[in-house]
Design a protein around this ligand. Sequence first.
Ligand SMILES: O=C(O)CCC(=O)C(=O)O
Length: 304
Amino acid sequence: MVHHNESANSTGSVGAQHDSNSTSDTHKKRSRPSSPTLSSNAPNIAPALRNCLHMHTRPHWENISLRNAPMFLLRSNIGGTKSSERKAARNDLSTLPDWNDNVTFNIFGKECKMRRRICQYSSGGNISYSYSGLKKNTTDAPDFPPILYQIKCQVETLICDYIMKLLNENDGTILSTINSDFVDMVKTMNQSKDAKKKEIYNYCLLNHYRNGEEYMGYHSDDETSLDQNVPIASVSLGVTRHFDIKPKKKNSEGKRPRAARIDLGDGDLLLMFKPMQDHYEHQIPVEKRVIGERINLTFRRIIN
Ligand SMILES: O=C(O)CCC(=O)C(=O)O
């Protein structure tokens, strides 16, 4: 259940940390398999994005998994390889016509106004996705605008290439932590010549944090309308913000201490695999000293 609420925690430290249970980075740099990429059929790819699909021939994915929460992080890749390209992508995203600045949500029966802006887009423009706690949230998400579609293609390509690389290298260590239904889905997509069948994500939620005071409270993305076999792909553009993770279950002292803090920076791509949403919540806490904006894109697959 999503509670994109305002119960943020503003304690902070700098740098990525795991508070417990982290696994080591077992990624080894090897050459990339020459598999066809998902973007090869995608129309209208902007030159900056097309370049970055090819320039990063060996994307370095970090395995930052927690127990019951396979997570993989790729730094500084999305939206362009140069920060000026990513800034241009961010500007395009921030001027999309569908941002909603006036979203209210219910918390313990009280109606509150959300501080950040949000908007949503989907494939074909006829998908709706509801969040508990949010009011009037069942309108259809419009079709992906070109800039978002381009980023989606880049994300899908990187994911597909990563999974195919793990398969080609027979890297059982990492593959065993990723649910096999998704691995099979990628294999099928990789063989398909039909561009439509190569689509992993059909929906994107955008969050715009205009400064460090804007935040998102602890929640998990575990709605039944989400295809939990498909990892949530979270793209960050703009200023670096903390991403905190804490378990749903209390420890023996009846507490739920933070399990990890990841600093998400410009162009970073975080993949959150099943069963993370069953076991953990995450938040973007207030960071009063942070100046500057951040746009986050979470690509999801909706099955309703
Ligand atoms: O801004 C972020 O990185 C968090 C986004 C998020 O948790 C969500 O959209 O559910």
